[in-house]
Design a protein around this ligand. Structure first.
Ligand code: NDP
Length: 451
């Protein structure tokens, strides 16, 4: 049995219930077969076996008191997966679906994504099954403080630097960082995504969405295409979706969809900049539902359906798809419908939004398909730039950070294509991203000996 199959088998045997983690490991490992032939030294040093095992995993109790003075208990996680090339780095997710499998899949993906950025960052992820929906600001603050009451002992600016993810935006980062600063009595760059007044970087909020569109534009350019006048389907209505929409508008495309966990809105007129500002206010300030957008702009709204189901059921024409909500949102039938409806490019703003079957459909139909670990790496790359600004006690201009982001996304696109070509899978962005990300980390692990 090849080392790749035995690693996949072992992961499934040891943690049989961790389906999302198996999915992420299988997707990466299957594309690393070519590295096994080329690098016998990696096999000898057990790199493949070691890279799927986190450096350490923390699971902890998060007790807090709600507005009715009732004690609530949630579960907290921090998985420090790999710090071969830099301090652990990766977001925190607050969502009721969070469990060990989801945090491990996200932490594992983060290793390769962070390596691709070329910045010195290892891979980690964390979060909680806490549901921020319907909670007051006071409850969110008390939860964040309770979460940090344990997390603080595991993180630090040279050790592990968390950021946001689903359910963790500017408000939550403020509460988390404020409490860390209070109990540690130090003002350091221990979280990224901070407010501008206290060490944040310009363009960090925009970076994941902007970066995804920059990556898609690079892919389109390989076939002589661009965003101009293209119909673009975006899912989600959160941080990544909002700024993907803004950048698509700047590039002349027309975004026709958004969704949240309760409904999908199709706006044939296009979500222009004014409507995008409305979504930001609706989601970031009033914490409302996308159905309110539909009421305001008189558009169609499909309750309890995601964007891709609606596109399939309604036969909606789409040129470019930017999934920006959550994992496994595009299944095989949805992928087939996208291809049938004219889609030529899929760039993943979310992490692992396409099921393995959906990815096969994209490959078989030669769709330009940019996997999340490459396409959405702009967020963590700009977090890396925030860390550089914090350690040098400088703030860079908006233009400087945006230019660095654009160049990083171009560089990631180039590395993916070069690695895919060098390892015999030309044009395969999945193989290219996995191999380019892996080889750098593997070489560092090799240098350290068995640790
Ligand atoms: P947000 O919490 O800001 O937004 C998530 C959006 O997706 C919300 O509108 C949410 O709806 C919607 N959503 C969540 N689950 C579902 C579901 N099951 N069906 C339909 N809609 C759903 O998160 P982000 O925008 O930060 O993150 C989105 C994705 O991007 C995630 O996969 C994340 O891991 C990834 N990502 C984020 C980065 C970042 O910098 N923030 C960096 C790299 C990747 P509702 O409002 O109802 O909750």
């Amino acid at each position: 049995m090849s080392v790749i199959n035995s690693v996949i088998d072992k992961v499934e045997r040891m943690d049989p219930d961790q389906h999302e983690f198996h999915q992420a490991v299988t997707e990466v490992m299957e594309t690393l077969e070519a590295t096994v032939q080329r690098h016998p030294e990696f096999v000898k040093a057990g790199i493949y076996e070691r890279i799927v095992e986190p450096e350490r995993s923390m699971i902890f109790r998060v007790p807090w008191v709600d507005d009715k003075q009732r004690v609530q208990v949630n579960r907290g996680f921090r998985i420090q997966f790999n710090n071969a090339i830099g301090p652990f780095k990766g977001g925190l997710r607050f969502h009721p679906s969070v469990n060990l499998s989801i945090i491990k899949f996200l932490g594992f993906e983060q290793i390769f994504k962070n390596s691709l950025t070329t910045l010195p960052m290892g891979g980690a992820k964390g979060g909680s099954d806490f549901d921020p929906k319907g909670k007051t600001d006071g409850e969110i603050m008390r939860f964040c403080q309770a979460f940090m009451r344990e997390l603080f002992r595991h993180i630090g600016p040279e050790c592990d630097v968390p950021a946001g993810d689903i359910g963790v935006g500017a408000r939550e980062i403020g509460f988390l960082y404020g409490y860390y600063k209070k109990i540690k009595n130090e003002h350091t760059g221990v979280l990224t995504g901070k407010g501008l007044e206290y060490g944040g970087s310009l363009i960090r909020p925009e970076a994941t969405g902007y970066g995804t569109v920059y990556f898609a534009a690079e892919m389109l350019a390989t076939r002589g295409m661009d965003f101009k006048d293209k119909r673009v389907a975006v899912s989600g209505a959160g941080n990544v979706a909002q700024f993907a929409i803004e950048k698509v508008n700047q590039m002349g495309g027309r975004v026709i969809s958004i969704c949240d966990s309760s409904a999908t809105v199709i706006d044939e007129q296009g979500i222009d900049d004014d409507k995008c500002c409305y979504i930001q206010e609706l989601k970031n300030v009033r914490r409302g539902r996308v159905s309110e957008y539909s009421d305001k702009y008189q558009t169609v709204c499909f309750e309890d359906k995601n964007v891709w189901d609606v596109i399939r059921e309604q036969g909606i024409k789409v040129d470019i798809a930017l999934p920006c909500a959550t994992q496994n949102e595009i299944d095989e039938a949805n992928a087939e419908a996208l291809v049938k409806n004219g889609c030529v490019c899929v760039a993943e703003g979310a992490n692992m939004p396409s099921s393995p079957e959906a990815v096969h459909v994209f490959h078989n139909n030669k769709i330009l398909y940019g996997p999340g670990k490459a396409a959405n790496a702009g967020g963590v790359a700009t977090s890396g730039l925030e860390m550089s600004q914090n350690s040098s006690k400088l703030s860079w201009s908006r233009e400087k950070v945006d230019k660095r982001l654009l160049n990083i996304m171009k560089g990631i696109h180039k590395s993916c294509l070069e690695a895919a070509e060098a390892y015999g899978m030309p044009g395969d962005y999945v193989a290219g991203a996995n191999i380019a990300g892996f080889v750098k980390v593997a070489r560092a692990m090799l240098a350290y000996g068995v640790v």
